[in-house]
Every structure is written in structure tokens, then in C-alpha cells.
Design a binder for this molecule. Sequence first.
Ligand code: AHR
Length: 531
Amino acid sequence: MNLKHSTEQLIALKHDTKISRRAFTKSLIAVPFAVRAQQNPLRARVKIDSERTIGDIDPKIYGNFIEHLGRCIDGGVFEEESPLSDSNGFRRDVMEAAKKLNVTNLRWPGGNFVSNYHWKDGIGARDQRPRRLEMAWGTVESNRFGTHEFLQYAEMMKTEPYVCVNLGTGTWTEAQQWVEYVNSAQDTAMTRLRKQNGRQDPWKVTYWGLGNEMDGPWQMGHRSAEDYGKFALEAAKLMKWTDPNIKLIAAGSSHFATGIDWIGWNRTVLEHLKRHIDYLAIHLYVGNRDNDYYEFLTSSLDLDDRIKTTEGIINAAMSGEPRNRRIHIAWDEWNVWYRARGQQQRGRRILEERYNLEDALVVATFLNSFVNHAHIIKMANMAQLVNVIAPIFTNEKGLFLQTIYYPLQLFANNTKGTALELFVESPKYESKRFGLVPYLDASAAYDNGTLVLNVVNRHRDQAIETEFEIQDKQFAGPVEVAEVNGPDIKAENDFGKTVVQTVTRSTKGDGRKLRHRFSPHSYTMLKAKLV
Ligand code: AHR
């Protein structure tokens, strides 16, 4: 056997009559040596120790986001004229699919939209609400879905609401009065207005965002870090004096590719706000623009680096502050987003990304990364819930679940408790940006005798035989196996066609050991009882 040829290439040459010898030789040049030199079958080893902990997994890492953008709210969660909607105008099918994602918190109303959103436009009789020009995404906002609709939706979803205030064109008073309207039990003009509009008791919303992506020139009311820090500080004071129980999330910078000094922004903003905020918000969207599968599958390494850098900036800002005063990261927008992006982001059918299997694998690696940084990532919000870069996709007759729905569903419903630090010895490939990258990407959670392992096999063509060994416990009973996979990395779901989904079965551990063969291009969750 010519060791310079990877096994998958030899198999392809033998079986695929369509592959020409020239294409085959060309493909050899493109395949990195580390890949070519792999032995077949590929093997990996993972060591688990239930006492080697990273931190508590905050359930809020399974948050989501709905913005007044394209068909996310209007035509997604809310479609008043649809026979599929309830008497509030909420799409029943969307809510049912969303509930299965165990969305632990829901961010609203934007995103870029919020920076010119005046919340008083969205209360009172629906038919009398003003129609406003919407400049973030180039539409007209009907304001028919406002504060009451959102908070009722959150109640019905049994999710924690997270409201972001307008620190673009909005004022301090507007932000303060929104907290008062929503949370106050005092008898004031604002709370009388709330009651007049049908809500007696305050909703007691805990999570409030201080604006969105204020570092970006694309933001309405964009400011410098210094100006944002000063402005947000006054808003924060008024909001916390209105309700001391609220938690505040500052707009951090994450615009790594745009030439914005994101590290400087975060440092400055923290200097102004460190005594008032609870989270720093960061965003990341990734894509496979060069159609390079292996490179795309390294996206979560970028996320890891960003988390570490941001944590360092927070630690530096907090040195000298009381130890019990903590600021965590809220990764409150993340996803794959690159196809439905660019010049045409205006109007109604925008950001309607269709996802394939490789996107679902990247989503699983992002979730692994959040779990592996459970000590500092205490909130994360996939952007967004429906139609707009989303796991749920509707038309007027129904919906289908995109590929990315499945890993999110498995993580959100199973990966809880304490994150464990794993020892992973896996075959690797050479990537352009990150050097050697392991084919296996993993995370683990331990909760009251239940171990959950999440493993992505990045290898496009080969399975990986893996041996798990627990240091301090034994496997007991059957092990649940849930695999998300599909016929090929570009496979997509559609209306009436589900080719990428979760397939479950069961296996068994043997004392301290468990063996599993991870299929090529797959994400697998293993759930076991330990004694
Ligand atoms: O989620 C889509 C958009 O991406 C949001 O409105 C904005 O915050 C981000 O740039």
C-alpha cells in the first residue's frame, strides 16, 4: 500500500468510477500529510474523571433569540391571519417545535433592530400602534408584536425573557421606564399604564441588555467605546435603581474581522461598567465561504480563542475588585451565517439560511466549546429561533426542522450539571489556521450519577474507534446513543424531506470502559448511568 494515499482516497479510486486519475492526483496535493498518514482503522482514547470539573453548566447557555427581522417574528413566531396560529397570533407549530429545544432564555427585540426601537410604540391596542420605518433591515415595523406579546410568548414557552434596551437612538429615561413598566410593583404612571393595557402584576424580568453591537458603524446610534461606556453606565444606574434584582448585559465587541479594536473596546467598556454589569455580550457567526470542509470544522477553535481572550480581559478589569463580584460572558448571538449575507440584507425574506450537515456539526462543536468553558460562559443565545438563520423554518402551510435543530435539541435537553475536563487522544489533521486539529471534538457533563458525552467526529470519510475509560466510577446499565448524521456533509432538510436527524439506539459499557465507533461526519451524544 502506498502510504502517501489516504485510505479514503484509495477506496474512492477503487469504487468511484467517476473520479478521474488526474482529479485523484490533484486531490492528493490538497490532502494534508497528517491526514494521509493515518492508519486504518482510526482509534482514539478518552479519559473521564467525575472529579475533574470545569464548572457548573448554566442552563442559560441554551438560550435563543427573536428579532424583528425578516420572517423571524412576523411570519415565524407570530402570524395573526394564519390558521396555524392561536388566538394571540402565535404560530402553534412553531411554539411546539421551539419548546422541544428547551429554550432556557429568549432574547428580544434585537439585534440591530433594537437600536431604533421605542418600546412605547409596541403597547396598547394593536390596531392603534404606529407603523414606523425600520432602518436596520429596511422594512416597516407594525409594532403589533410588542412588550406584552413577547412576555406572554415567553411565559407560554416557559422560557426566561431577556430584553435588550435601545442605547442607540433611545434615552436613559426610556430604558429606565421600560424596567419600571415591566417590573415595578409601585403605583406609578408607568405601572398604571401597564395595568390599563391588561397586565396587573409585574413580569419581573431579570435579564436586560444594554444595547446591541454598539461598537459597529452599522448600528443606529453607534458610539465609541468611551462614549458607550459613559452612556451605558447612566442607563445601568437608573435601571438598577428601578429594580435592584435585574442582571445587566453590556454590549461587548466581537467584530474580529472588521478592523474594530475589539480588545480595546472591551477593556474600555469594562472600566466604565464593571461595578454595574453581570455579563459582557459577545457575538460570533462563522461560515464555509471557501467550501473547505476541514477548515470550516475548525470554527469552534476560533470561538475557544475568543473566549479565552475575553476571559483574560474580564480578569484584568476585575483585579482589585471584590472576589465575589463576577462578570461572565453572555455569547448572546452565535451561529453559522454566510450564505444569506451581504448586500441584499433588506426587506422581508432575508437571512433565510438553509443548513446542511456540516453546519450541524459546527453547531455541535460550538456547544462543546460552551460546555468546555462552563466556568465563564453563563449565557449563550443561538441566533435566531425561526426562519432567520434558524433551526426552525416555516412557510404558510407548516414547518421543517433544519439540520442544526438536532444537535441543539440534544444538548439543551441532556447536557446539564457539571462540565468535566476530558483527556482526549485523537488522530489529527493539519488545518491552515490552527495547525494540528483532532478529528474528535468532545465535551462531558456529569449530573447526579448521569454522564453525558458529546462527540463530533470531524473526519469526513472514516469512523473512529474510541475507548472511553472512567477513572473513578463504573458504567451501569444501558448507554443511550443518539447520533446526528446524514448521507453526506452537504445533505439538507426541506419541507417534507428529513435526511439529517437524530437516530437513537443503545449500547453497553463494560466496568470502567465503553467502546464506541463514531461514524464519519457525525455528532453523537452518549448518555450513561455511573455507579
Ligand atoms: O442576528 C442577526 C444580526 O446579526 C443581529 O441583528 C445583529 O446583532 C448581528 O450583527
